[in-house]
Design a protein around this ligand. Structure first.
Ligand code: UD1
Ligand code: MG
Length: 455
């Protein structure tokens, strides 16, 4: 099976500098969704037809496996686009499936269905019946019910416009016929384009067996031509994700207010409050509760951890039983062992935090290793950066760090040490002792405030 993805169109209706097929659904370019669905379908490389914004599309796909490009310049329609792909096809593959770069949510299940149908048919069309078919090509059938042509909306008679069965644009064609059919297309239509859809009339005229299959969900075949449609399909996709989570037993306070831009894996009894965004690969273990308005990207959150509202978590691991937030920020490399309290306006980056350690208020911990059972006071800062180099701070087990402390890294605090509030620590603080590094308080006798002179 050859696979061709048409992605050369300009997407005028997007009114954007970004090529249409790179516009994102669920945080990923539409084209990436199509590539994911078609992965492994073809033994030969899949052919992406590029044209408008070709450089951007090629750059985006640089290094992608099993993909080759065909350039369509200028863009004269979907039939013309497929024709440009012909030299890149494997003639030994009897069938060629065409997908559209702007129909992003097509599922693998549907592709397999088309593939199976193609075994007993010359030409397979993926069609759907729509209550409102406006904008789509209509499927025309003869008196015996066989498909005989497709007519585009702009070329359709008022009678043809009443047809509700539409062309999704996805079809499977006989490879050997393509050269002949595509070279005989003409552009004598309302849009002055070479329509791929005109091939259907040609095939029917030759007595080819043309059959149709349907997808499980209409949203799989919704085409995106404008930001309006992009936004609408995004919501449809998100609703489907929410449905999947609910069916798996996750509690969503409002399934209309969750956004998953990647994959979200949840254990049992997970609860997610409103307006949370999940990006990349996120895993939430059993009993995790996510408060409202959290943004979580590429993170693993272990059992029974509670995230209070407004946390921002990226590239972090949170051990079990944690209580994080509100307003905590865990950045890449933050690794919390478990039973940790991380409070408001605390930022942790590239640091290990031991079991039961608490960092509750207004603190920056970067490039640090903190042991278990330590308490970090409010306003603690690891000064890890000299403008060029990064240095590490090491704090042991059972330490007590007074509020307003700065650690000028590299520096070490040994187990059981106590640091007096307001200290600037730049040398080793020994185990089990109180270390202070601040100016002794003095009071100036006889001092008076300056007085403003009246003019
Ligand atoms: C097309 C179909 C229509 C179908 C609809 C489904 C044709 C003539 N019409 O219409 O029957 O109902 O899709 O969504 O095929 N492209 C190119 N080169 C071009 C023109 C388009 O590569 O010269 C690509 C576009 O990037 C896009 C796809 O082909 O990914 C479809 O093109 P578009 O202009 O969106 O066609 P529709 O009007 O949506
Ligand atoms: Mg389209």
């Amino acid at each position: 099976m050859n696979v061709v993805i048409l992605a050369a169109g300009m997407g005028k209706r997007m009114r954007s500098r970004l090529p249409k097929v790179l516009q994102p659904i669920a945080g990923r370019p539409m084209l990436d969704h199509v590539l994911a669905a078609t992965e492994g379908l073809s033994e030969s490389p899949r052919v992406v037809v590029v044209g408008h914004g070709a450089d951007a599309v090629k750059e985006h796909l640089a290094g992608a496996e099993g993909v080759t490009f065909a350039l369509q310049e200028p863009q004269l329609g979907t039939g013309h686009a497929l024709r440009q792909a012909l030299p890149a096809l494997n003639p030994a593959d009897p069938k060629t499936i065409v997908c559209l770069g702007d129909v992003p949510l097509l599922s693998r299940v549907t592709l397999d269905r088309i593939n199976a149908e193609a075994a007993s048919s010359d030409l397979v069309l993926l069609t759907v019946n729509l209550d409102n078919p406006t904008g789509y090509g209509r499927i025309l059938r003869d008196s015996t019910g066989n498909v005989c042509a497709i007519v585009e909306e702009k070329d359709a008679t008022p009678e043809q416009k009443l047809v509700r069965e539409v062309n999704t644009g996805i079809m499977c064609l006989p490879t050997a016929k393509l050269e002949k059919w595509l070279s005989s297309l003409t552009a004598g239509n309302a849009q002055g384009e070479y329509y791929l859809t005109d091939v259907i009339g040609l095939a029917a005229g030759e007595g080819c067996r043309i059959t149709t299959v349907q997808p499980d969900h209409v949203w799989e075949v919704e085409g995106v031509n404008s930001k309006v449609q992009l936004a609408a399909l995004e919501r449809v996709w998100q609703r489907a994700q929410a449905q999947r989570l609910l069916e798996a037993g996750v509690t969503l306070i409002d399934p209309a207010r969750i956004d998953i831009r990647g994959s979200l894996e949840c254990g049992r009894d997970v609860e997610i409050d409103v307006n949370c965004v999940f990006e990349g690969k996120v895993k939430l273990a059993d009993g995790v509760k996510i408060g409202a308005n959290c943004v979580i990207r590429d993170a693993e959150i272990a059992e029974d951890t509670v995230l209070l509202p407004f946390c921002h978590i990226e590239g972090a691991k949170v051990g079990k039983g944690g209580r994080i937030g509100p307003y905590s920020r865990l950045r890449p490399g933050a690794d919390l062992a478990g039973d940790n309290h991380i409070g408001n306006f605390v930022e942790v980056k590239k640091s290990q935090v031991g079991l039961g350690t608490k960092i509750n208020h207004l603190t920056y911990i970067g490039d640090a290793e903190i042991g278990a059972g330590t308490n970090i006071g409010a306003g603690t800062i690891t000064c890890n950066y000299d403008g060029v180099n990064k240095f590490r701070t090491k704090i042991g087990n059972d330490c007590f760090i007074g509020s307003g402390t700065q650690f000028v890294a590299p520096v070490e605090v040994e187990d059981g040490a106590t640091i007096g509030a307001g200290s600037t620590i730049s040398r080793r603080a020994p185990a089990g002792k109180l270390t202070l590094a601040r100016v002794r308080q003095t009071t100036i006798e006889g001092w008076t405030r300056p007085v403003k002179l009246k003019k």
